[in-house]
Design a protein around this ligand. Structure first.
Ligand code: PMP
Length: 441
């Protein structure tokens, strides 16, 4: 199938069945707009914005030019104790659209190199802050079942995916809320599910079990993406906010997927109108073009850390590539595109069409749930007996063969096309997916 590719032996691919892949590789050699090109010259509609990151579509010249200019001007600058203009410019630009709205913007920004790094950074800021305000006994962090927070030791400890955890030790002192996925009560909810807000009271249960004075923070994805597009029940996030605030527990929203327009507002924080204390981001921050992440932090947390001896380092944390000039240049160009093309709110314009298109798949055999929000969808299929994930893998392969890239995770097909998608792209994607599901009898 593939042509002219190098030996496949040396590269150990992440989250991939390497031997299966290398027996029948799928090679992408180009990308433009809504499409990838394969090594055999086929155009593939990108139904997942890469890995939920290419929000403005592929091959954006403005980003390429900004990166090239920056490479020629200042290719790298030490991130510790030295500054460069692009890092400060980009932070100001991010601060202006930061989650939280004009009243409560989380407009203090710490740069990272990825979503996993953003998560570890946010957890460390939470712990350091609690210590700084005399709450040093608060070392416990609460995550949620079926949460995905990347693959650092912090992220897998608060995450809730057994395969990501079982071979590795966890951070001490973590615990988990129950997940909110409830097919029996909420299947085929076109928008936020009606049932399940009370699951937020799990935080009260964990407070009763461990004592609030030991809990630093709770981290959740406002909408869980990687584990299959699990939507928060109506009122759930509000309730989690109220309980965490009552007990002095910081709330962290992991917006690595939902950040930068996926739900039709710049951030899920704005979409839900619930403001946490810290927000983690990555992916769409540079349109996926250069690795980068950022943690958005409340002024209360930031300012509390900026007390004491001004010659002392406030946070013993950071990366060689924090605020990398190339990533910042890519990020500034990305924000220009998002702004000029209205992409941070475009999902809101498309969402009704999107929901109608996806929910037209209801009734196909094996489709046991369809979940939609913004420009995201999860289509859940019943697993073949004894072979979880086999049917969705088949659907994924069939879609790829017939011209569309979709994500599969467990028994769920996840869709999140670039935000430049048109209605005809949506029709094409849903047609290819529907045909594949019909064939996966
Ligand atoms: N948090 C969430 C919510 C994510 O979806 C992801 C990646 N899918 C991550 C963290 C990890 O990001 P990265 O792969 O860039 O480390």
């Amino acid at each position: 199938m593939t042509q002219n590719h190098p030996s496949l032996d040396a590269y150990w691919m992440p989250f991939t069945a390497n031997r299966q892949f290398k027996a029948a590789p799928r090679m992408l050699v180009g990308a433009e707009g809504m499409h990838y090109t394969t090594d055999d010259g086929r155009k593939i509609l990108d139904g997942a914005a890469g890995l939920w990151c290419v929000n403005a579509g592929h091959g954006r010249k403005r980003i390429a030019e900004a990166v090239e200019r920056q490479l020629h001007t200042l290719d790298y600058a030490p991130s510790f104790q030295m500054g460069h203009p692009a890092a400060f410019d980009f932070a100001e630009r991010l601060a202006a659209i930061a989650p939280g709205g004009p009243e409560a913007r989380l407009d203090r920004i710490f740069y990272t190199g990825s979503g996993s790094e953003s998560v570890d950074t946010a957890l460390k800021i939470a712990l350091a802050y609690q210590r700084a305000i005399g709450q040093g006994a608060r070392t416990r962090i609460i995550g949620r079942e079926r949460g995905y927070h990347g693959v650092g030791f912090g992220g897998i400890s608060v995450g809730g995916i057994v395969n990501n955890r079982r071979a590795f030790p966890q951070l001490p002192g973590t615990d988990h809320l129950r997940h909110t996925h409830d097919l029996a009560r909420n299947a085929f909810s076109r928008d936020l599910p009606e049932h399940g807000a009370e699951l937020a009271d799990d935080l009260e249960r964990l407070v009763a079990l461990h004592g609030a004075e030991t809990i630093a923070a709770v981290i959740v994805e406002p909408m869980a993406g990687s584990t299959g597009v699990l939507l928060p029940p109506k009122g759930y996030l509000e309730r989690l906010r109220a309980i965490s605030k009552k007990h002095g527990i910081l709330l962290i929203f992991d917006e690595v997927i939902t950040g930068f327009g996926r739900l039709g507002k710049p951030f899920a924080t704005d979409y839900f109108g619930v403001v946490p204390d810290l927000v983690t981001t990555a992916k769409g921050i540079t349109n996926g073009s250069v690795p980068m992440g950022a943690v958005f932090c409340s002024r209360a947390i930031h300012d509390a850390m900026m007390q004491g001896d001004p010659a002392a380092i406030e946070l013993f944390h950071g990366y060689t590539y924090s605020g990398h000039p190339i990533a910042c240049a890519a990020g500034i160009a990305t924000l220009d595109i998002y702004k000029e093309e209205g992409l941070l709110t475009r999902a809101a314009e498309l969402t009704e069409y999107w929901k109608d298109a996806l929910h037209s798949l209801k009734g196909l055999s094996h489709v046991i749930d369809i979940r939609t929000l913004g420009l995201v969808a999860g289509v859940e299929l019943d697993p073949r007996a004894g072979a979880p994930g086999a049917r969705t893998y088949e659907v994924f392969l069939d879609c790829f063969k017939n011209g569309a890239y979709v994500r599969y995770t467990g028994d769920i097909i996840a869709l999140s096309p670039p935000l430049i998608a048109t209605k005809s792209h949506i029709d094409e994607l849903v047609t290819i997916l529907g045909t594949a599901i019909r064939r996966a009898e």
